[in-house]
Design a protein around this ligand. Sequence first.
Ligand SMILES: [Zn+2]
Length: 351
Amino acid sequence: MKSKATLKIGSEKIKIGDTKDIHLKISETYTGVPIQIPIRVYRAKEPGPTVFITAAVHGDELTGVGIIRELFSNPLTLIKGTLICIPVVNIFGFENHSRYLPDRRDLNRCFPGTESGTLGSRLSYHLFEEVIKKCDFGIDLHSAASCRTNFPQIRANFNISKAQKLGFAFGCELVINNKGHENSLRERASAENCPTILYEAGETLKFEPGVVDLGIRGVKNILKHLNMIKGDPLLPLYQTEINKSKWIRSNNGGILRFSVHPGDLVKKDDVIAECENLFFQKAETINAPFDGIVLGMTTLPAVKPGEPICHIGIPSVSMEEIRRKIKKEPETLHRKVQTQLKTNIKLHKKK
Ligand SMILES: [Zn+2]
């Protein structure tokens, strides 16, 4: 464990047993005024792991901001270790409702950064040096990119066994095995002996209640898994890894009428969507190429040839087993999430 009796972030010292709000300087405005990112640190009296939770690395992905704010409004009683919460990492994008930095770079390709690099590289450097390198585990909270929605899922690098364990401990049904983009926060933190997972859920520019609730449950599950808070983890009815997935694309320009929603189980050849022109003349029927689970979808009903429509993943667990487990499902958080995500996509009405 990397924890020390006194944790130092920027010029602030946080002693064991303290909770402290910090404003870490990461840049300056055109007028030379400091730009800071807000950080809250909770430290238990007993030593233990140091965990970071980051949100809005992509400035328009607010899901994680909602999750961390909920944690602030109902503070956890840490029995061990240190929790470092950073509700807004990409402060530039957040202020402009944008995924990107002002120079159009993606902050999540700038890690670990350098002291003398670009705007994003310097921000990354400060965050990495002051926080990430002092942590044992990380949770990075995201949503789908603009005009898409994701069924809540965890991404983790299964080559790192602690990341794989953390990925399942969060408690999403779907755990996707991938290394993460080169120079992303997750990829670089994991390479620095800080296994980090990524929560991908819902849409940009929203606090979606079910998606936020599932994220809070997930963060608490991780802290329970690490014995940092009391209680047993709350797990879903099934969990599966996803090792292979494919974006299904339109071959025509037109308007989509969807037949599936995020989280749906589909069979090979099931209709995903009909693509039609404005006068309802059909251009094509888009079918599932294999059995799988709808991981994510476009929310934009207008498409051009080659544009993505639906992201389908192949589970490691058999589809029959999943169907059996969810068949008699009571009103659970899973159902709440799925019902709410449905409202983002107009379903094709069968005549
Ligand atoms: Zn993102």
